[in-house]
Ligand binder design. Structure first.
Ligand SMILES: *Cc1c(COP(=O)(O)O)cnc(C)c1O
Length: 412
């Protein structure tokens, strides 16, 4: 059974209860009564599993977290207010001043800015590499390296990392591998490739209709015997491992990120996210097929299309070997110049021009004048941002309608 088929059953079964409300129960209370002081003490101590205060956990979000963890085979998940909140939570709960991140491939503009501009102000250095510079990656590892970070699909450069091979490197050096799987939920299960932590912006294809911002971090269980998090490199979290065992990474995220930094999700957002999540396998299954049809047809018609399903793409073989359920909703078109890109987007009747991806509708955006406008030329080259580059996120429309519209929009 492919993963879309498998999860089409398990996700809807996990959301709807057999008795009582079938739509997820939305609890949006900021605080919760304990009843008596002894219960209050037990909740704070951890011996009683009841809601403490919504900044550190909300029952509706807890249901969402369970489903996301099951999708990736994680021991649990922690939801966040946004995808950037999830990335901040996952990184800041492990890092301190003087630590280093190795970032491979990608990279989403917000994440690039967070690593290079914000974390650097706190003495955390990020070294950036292309997906095929794995020898340089190994040379760059030092005792201060705490995280190897990658995006499952380069957005918008469409370069694919060899996740299995990078996981081997991270395991060989006992360094946490964190994968941003926003564009490929279900399609890719990073923990199965050997990653330790998966981050999501649920704002994108998981919710799928622009109704809610959200994010989540999925963690693997800490092993009973040997585990990379028990090495000296991660001594800061050993007290959590000693106390919480397999779920230590969740406890670290809740204490250090939710409690202290407050990038918490809310009940209404998690409710909307679950309504979208119910149909994720169906939507993504359809869209990854449409993406291939659109990419191949437009390429044959002379468009400058970038997608790894095309045979000449440098990662075509990797696409076939490791991305058998597709690589998400994105393809890019290089129209040659900013003027031609603007003309194409303005003439299209179908594209919604916006800085989002993974929607029910086909979305498009000129990269150089928007998300990457403030980046210097060298960074743009590294991230694959050319003057005529348009990022397209394919939606639920028919492949034929999309292809017809793109061809009409490109005629001058
Ligand atoms: C959108 C996005 C994010 C950030 O998510 P928000 O919910 O907008 O904060 C992070 N990573 C990737 C790959 C994204 O596409």
């Amino acid at each position: 059974m492919n993963r879309f088929e498998e999860f089409t059953t398990s996700i809807v079964q996990q959301i709807g209860k057999k008795e009582g409300p079938i739509s997820p129960v939305m609890i949006n209370s900021a605080s919760f009564g304990y009843g008596d002081s002894e219960t209050g003490e037990g909740i704070f101590e951890g011996s009683i599993k009841k809601p403490l205060y919504a900044r550190v956990g909300n029952p509706t979000s807890a249901q969402l977290e369970q489903i996301l963890a099951s999708m990736d085979g994680g021991v649990g998940a922690v939801s966040a207010s946004t995808g950037m909140g999830a990335i901040a939570m996952a990184t800041l709960s492990l890092l301190k001043s003087g630590d280093e991140i190795i970032s491979i491939g990608g990279l989403f503009g917000g994440t690039y800015a967070y690593f290079s501009e914000t974390l650097s102000r706190f003495g955390i250095v990020t070294k950036f590499f292309d997906v095929d510079e794995l020898e340089k990656v190994e040379e760059a590892i030092t005792p201060a390296t705490k995280i190897i970070f990658l995006e499952s699909v380069g957005n918008p450069n469409m370069r694919l990392p060899d996740i299995a091979k990078i996981a081997q490197i991270s395991n060989r050096h006992s360094i946490a591998l964190m994968v941003d799987n926003t564009t490929t939920p279900l399609s890719i299960a990073p923990l199965k490739f050997g990653a330790d932590i998966v981050v999501y912006s649920t704002t994108k294809i998981i919710t799928g209709n622009a109704s809610a911002l959200g994010g989540a971090v999925v963690y693997r269980a800490i092993a009973e015997g040997d585990d990379k998090f028990k090495s000296e490199r991660y001594r800061d979290i050993h007290p959590f491992i000693n106390k919480m065992g397999s779920i230590a990474l969740i406890a670290v995220a809740k204490k250090r990120a939710l409690r202290d930094l407050g990038m918490s999700s809310n009940g209404f957002g998690s409710y909307l996210t679950m309504l979208g999540l119910e149909t994720l396998p169906l939507r993504l299954d359809r869209i990854v097929t449409t993406v291939e049809t659109v990419a191949k047809t437009l390429y044959a018609k002379g468009f400058n299309v970038n997608h790894p399903c095309l045979e000449h793409h440098p990662h075509h073989k990797r696409y076939l070997d490791q991305f058998s359920n597709g690589c998400g909703t994105i393809l890019t078109l290089d129209m040659g110049s900013k003027e031609r890109a603007f003309e194409f987007l303005n003439r299209s009747k179908l594209i919604t021009i916006t800085a989002n991806i993974g929607d029910s509708r086909t979305l498009g955006l000129h990269m150089g004048s928007t998300i990457y406008r403030d980046f210097d030329d060298e960074t743009k080259v590294f991230l694959g941002i050319t003057p005529g580059l348009i990022r397209i996120s394919i939606g639920l429309e028919s492949a034929e309608a999309i292809i017809d519209d793109f061809i009409n929009a490109s005629k001058i």
